[in-house]
Ligand binder design. Structure first.
Ligand SMILES: [Zn+2]
Length: 79
């Protein structure tokens, strides 16, 4: 899986979490609270496990540019 797919996966999990919170507000069903928490945990797990530099394995963090902040190599498959 390349970084672009990982980025979209993290966004999708975040969007799913937002949707669950909206559904929680509309329905007031606690099921959606647990689903929202599950998506948060999944998003964090994917971030920690896969959101890494393909060259050095360093975690990319929040401010991602074209270059890795750890080894300085170009992140080709990010864009
Ligand atoms: Zn790196």
């Amino acid at each position: 899986m390349n970084l672009k797919k990982v980025k979209y996966l993290i966004y999708a999990l975040g969007a799913a979490c937002m949707l669950m919170i909206i559904l929680l507000g509309v329905t007031e069903s606690m099921v959606f609270l647990w689903l929202a928490l599950a998506f948060v945990v999944a998003g964090i797990a994917v971030n920690l496990a896969l959101w890494r530099c393909p060259h050095c394995g360093g975690h990319l963090g929040r401010d991602v540019s074209q270059y890795c902040t750890h080894c300085g190599k170009k992140l080709d498959d990010l864009v």
